[in-house]
Unconditional design. Structure first.
Length: 355
């Protein structure tokens, strides 16, 4: 299914090393040990904190006292709305990123009227001042907005939070996800692995025998490749100019099959645009997510604009067109037109790179 349909995604797979020296051997992988289930619970089951007042004596992942009491209020607000553990954990993660789990009676330079755990603004969309300053009421408003996102199960947690908060950096909340999982599991008093599974990698994200996650995602290249350049600022090896490298480079022999990582519609199949060089294929997956496959030779492009493609369908062959030092795939992910690091993004969809 394209992003925007109801699917279930995995918990954040940790960041790989962002900067590598030389040529590092990688194996593109998916977790084949897990088995798909025919029936999956999209909500993941709610978590409820029974003794919300008693949590103030604990300390979890650097959070304690009233911070944990506020986290418990967030979790219980989600439970009251019938939301699952993943949604509840996203709520805690968001409040960590906005206020450090504290009810702040001030905003910042961007939003001076922001208040409370979620830094909700006085713009008519987030209730009264009293509601924004109340942990349960503010969490309820957050979850009500979150529940209106029909494609949230197909998106990484940080993107879900971004869609609700409309903040500047879609990946601002990513760093808080592990702590949020730890806090929710700790407060719930349940097995860490069990709750972490509910909050993220459900059985629906297992890998099928066909090499796809059950949600329909896969790797762009198969087998062992060389990870030659990470996402981020670097000196361009061809032009010598320091600039953003907007994707991850995977070196492979000329002609190696390139696969669409997910279902979607081909929007570019020819000369590169948007800062890329040479030739490329771009696939729109819905929900503002686009993947780009850059540097095939013109003869190595196997699809046309408007084609519907499926995950795992061959769309091109590895080449070295444009500014390139040798045959490789420049794999890129854009969210709402902005390039993001494809390694953690795909990791959160259950597909990653293993050193």
């Amino acid at each position: 299914m394209r992003l925007g349909a109801r699917t279930v995604v995995t918990l954040l797979v940790g960041f790989l090393v962002a900067s590598l020296v030389g040529l590092v051997g990688l194996v593109l992988y998916m977790d084949a040990d897990r088995s798909p289930l025919a029936d999956c619970n999209v909500t993941g089951g709610s978590v409820r904190i029974v003794d919300a007042a008693g949590v103030e004596t604990a300390e979890i992942s650097g959070y304690s006292g009233v911070q944990l009491a506020n986290a418990a209020a967030i979790v219980n607000a989600g439970a009251d709305l019938g939301l699952g553990a993943r949604d509840q954990t996203i709520g805690v993660m968001t409040a960590m990123g906005e206020s450090g789990l504290q009810v702040l009676d001030h905003g910042d330079a961007v939003g001076p009227d922001s208040r409370g755990l979620f830094q909700q603004r006085d713009n008519g969309a987030w209730g009264t001042y009293e509601q924004r300053m109340d942990p349960t009421a503010s969490a309820t408003m957050f979850f009500q907005a979150l529940s209106r996102l029909p494609d949230r199960w197909s998106l990484p947690p940080t993107i879900v939070a971004h869609r609700v908060q409309i903040n500047a950096d879609p990946y601002h909340y990513e760093r808080y996800w592990p702590a949020a999982v730890a806090v929710v599991t700790g407060l719930a008093g349940q097995d860490l692995d069990a709750i972490a599974t509910l909050a993220g990698p459900s059985p629906c994200s297992a890998i099928s025998a066909a090499g796809l996650t059950a949600d329909g995602w896969t790797v762009p290249l198969l087998g062992t490749v060389r990870y030659t350049s990470a996402f981020g600022m670097r000196v361009n090896p061809v032009t010598g100019v320091r600039q953003l490298h907007s994707g991850a480079d995977l070196a492979a022999p000329d002609g190696t099959p390139i696969y669409a990582v997910g279902p979607g519609v081909v929007t570019i199949a020819g000369p590169s645009t948007g800062g890329n060089t040479g030739y490329m294929v771009a696939v729109d997956h819905g929900g503002g997510v686009q993947t780009r496959y850059v540097h095939p030779w013109p003869s190595g492009i196997l699809v046309r604009v408007g084609d519907q493609v499926t995950a795992g369908q061959q769309i091109a062959r590895v080449g070295s067109s444009g500014n390139s030092t040798g045959p490789h795939l420049h794999f890129e992910v854009r969210v709402n037109g902005i390039p993001v690091d494809p390694i953690p993004f795909m990791g959160q969809l259950g597909v990653g790179l293993a050193v």
